[in-house]
Each structure stands twice: as structure tokens, then as C-alpha cells.
Write a protein that binds this ligand. Structure first.
Ligand code: LMR
Length: 347
């Protein structure tokens, strides 16, 4: 558990109090003593993106399946768009048992003290979505999820999103164009390093703050997947977007381990099957969701979209190559090598 106090802003304190009370009553009491129809087990699922992204839709799909398959013995409340907790708060809330499910991006898990999760943030790591899936669904992915267990968390699944692009308030064609810009990244030392290597001034902030920071000029640019850019309206505060596909965004679906273990066996089995199907759904829609968002961003006429030709992309790859070595202090170099082998050759 992070030593710092939970940073919960005033608007959310009420939710934490009422939400935690409801969850504990429903989940701990309910799971431990047999749920009844009158008092369903409450699963609060908090996330920070919009409900109409792949993650948002998959969370709702999980809710529908879980409630149907348990015959109403479980009630799932989904809180999108940081309405319950922002980035770091949500992990703290899960560890406290104040919320039962999350799907944070893998970049944010190193805040729990497992720097190796940042291996997913290395630039140009996965050849394509299939390469990411092979790693996530294989031995490498499952070994990393198991490391959450001593922290009181249970890693249930990986959900896909896709390749990140850059946006800024000036054209970003060559890697040198990032120099001097104030750029937002998620809370990952590897992402910070990536921006340092490019000569940017790095700012780590929760997704919920990014639009306002871009709009007011506190930030010049950011990186994200098109679906987050479109649904958070980040393109409305930017003039240029470059389809660099330089990094990958994906999620771990997490629960509180004790909550999960205390569920009645049949309920847990239903939730597992609901999650298997929701995972398949998330992974199926992620790529199309991003393509559609990119088309909408381009059609909005607000930003100029630039797709670097292969020769230009190689310059981005070369510029970001030093990041791997720079992460030796927090990512096991053998893990980096294993991921590089499994990720395939990026074209
Ligand atoms: C971000 O903070 O940019 C992403 O992690 C948000 C998300 O969950 O997709």
C-alpha cells in the first residue's frame, strides 16, 4: 500500500463513505454469510474513462452478464469517467476494500511497488494487437498478475486498448519536434523517461485533468489512444495529431483478493464466466473503437492528422531506443528481453 494518504477530493468523500459502507455490507457481509435476493452482493467497478470507450462498454457488458448469470444475487455498479475515484485513488480504494473492481492501465500498477509492470510501457514493444494478446494471455502475463496477490489484490484479466498516438499544439512529424513541449504522461517512470529522451518537459497527471490543462495552455501535448482522446475531447484543445503508434495501452482487471475469495463458489464461478466473456468483448471491440475514434477526430476538422511514413517511423524508433536501458533500475532487464522477443519486430 502506498504510504501517502488517500487523495480524495471533497466531491468524492461522500461517495467513499456511502460507497464503502454499501460495499462492505453487501460484499463482505453478503459474501461471507450467503447472499440473499433481498440483499445482493455489491460490486462497485470504478474506472477513469468514458462509458462509450472499449473499457467502458466492457465494464457494462460485465455488469449485464454478471447480474443475469447470478440471477440478481450480485449487483454491479459501474462508475465511469473518474466519478468515483481518479487514477491513483482508485488503487488505494481497492486495497482498502472500498471498491471491488477496477481496470487501471498497466502503466499505473507500478505505483503499487511492482516496477516490472512498466515493461508494457516500453516504446515500440508490440508488433500488433495479436502480439500484445499472446504476451498477456501467456506465461509472461500471468506471472505478472500473480505478483499482485501479496498486495491483497487479485489480477483477473487483461483488457486490450491499443496503440497510442501523440497530440500537440504544433506539428509533430520528427521525434525532434517534441523537444521543449510540456507533455502529459500517466504515472510511469518509463513513460517519463520516454519523454525525457525526446527532450520534452514531462508532466504526470490524472486523465481527468488533462483536457483542462491542455485548454489553459499548462500542457502543450499528450499521448493516448484515439478513443480516449476523442471521448475526453482532448483533440479540441490541440492542433496536431501524429499516428506514431509508439506505445501500447492496456488494462488489468483487478479485484480485492479477500473479497473474491470469500464469495460463494457458485457466485465466483458466474463472475468468472461473465468476466471471460466481457474480456473477449473488450478485446474484440478495442481496435475498431480506436479506428472509429481516429476517423471522428480527423472528420472534426480540429486537428491536422499526420501518419508518419515508414522511414519517419524508424527515426522515432531510433530516438526512443535508449529507453530500454534507462529502465534497468526498475524493470528486470531479463523481463525486458523476454518481452522484446515476444513482442515481435515492429515494422
Ligand atoms: C490514461 O490515464 O491516459 C489512461 O490510463 C486512461 C485509461 O484508463 O485508458
Amino acid at each position: 500500500m502506498n504510504a501517502s494518504r488517500p487523495r480524495i477530493d471533497t466531491g468524492r468523500r461522500h461517495l467513499l463513505r456511502t460507497g464503502a459502507a454499501a460495499a462492505v455490507a453487501g460484499a463482505w457481509g453478503g459474501a461471507g454469510h450467503g447472499a440473499t435476493k433481498a440483499r445482493p452482493i455489491l460490486v462497485q467497478f470504478s474506472h477513469v474513462v468514458s462509458a462509450d470507450t472499449a473499457k467502458g462498454r466492457a465494464a457494462l457488458h460485465f455488469k449485464a452478464l454478471a447480474e443475469e448469470r447470478t440471477g440478481g444475487r450480485v449487483r454491479v455498479e459501474v462508475y465511469p469517467d473518474s466519478t468515483l475515484y481518479k487514477d491513483r485513488e482508485e488503487l488505494e480504494a481497492l486495497q482498502m476494500g472500498a471498491v471491488q473492481m477496477l481496470a487501471p492501465s498497466l502503466s499505473k500498477l507500478s505505483a503499487l511497488g511492482i516496477g516490472d509492470f512498466e515493461v508494457f510501457d516500453l516504446p515500440f514493444l508490440f508488433r500488433d494487437q495479436a502480439a500484445f494478446r499472446a504476451v498477456a494471455d501467456g506465461e509472461l502475463g500471468s506471472r505478472l498478475l500473480q505478483r499482485l496477490s501479496p498486495l491483497g489484490l487479485q489480477g483477473l484479466a487483461y483488457w486490450d486498448n491499443g496503440f497510442k498516438v501523440f497530440t500537440a499544439n504544433r506539428p509533430l512529424q520528427a521525434p525532434g519536434d517534441v523537444r521543449g513541449l510540456r507533455v502529459r504522461v500517466q504515472a510511469s517512470r518509463t513513460l517519463v523517461e520516454q519523454m525525457r529522451v525526446l527532450g520534452a518537459q514531462v508532466s504526470v497527471s490524472p486523465l481527468a485533468n488533462v483536457f483542462e490543462s491542455l485548454r489553459t495552455g499548462q500542457l502543450d501535448g499528450q499521448e493516448n489512444v484515439p478513443s480516449n482522446i476523442h471521448s475526453q475531447r482532448l483533440h479540441e484543445a490541440q492542433t496536431h495529431l501524429s499516428v506514431t503508434r509508439h506505445g501500447y495501452l492496456a488494462y488489468a482487471v483487478l479485484t480485492h483478493r479477500r473479497f473474491w475469495e470469500r464469495l460463494p463458489d457458485d457466485i465466483r464461478a458466474h463472475l468468472q464466466s461473465a468476466l471471460r466473456d466481457a474480456t473477449r468483448f473488450a478485446n474484440q471491440i478495442a481496435e475498431a473503437d480506436n479506428q472509429q475514434a481516429l476517423a471522428r477526430i480527423a472528420a472534426s476538422g480540429r486537428v491536422t492528422v499526420y501518419t508518419p511514413p515508414p522511414q519517419q517511423l524508424r527515426r522515432w524508433q531510433e530516438a526512443l531506443a535508449p529507453v530500454d536501458a534507462a529502465t534497468r533500475g526498475w524493470i528486470d532487464p531479463q523481463l525486458v528481453a523476454a518481452f522484446r522477443r515476444a513482442g515481435g519486430v515492429v515494422p
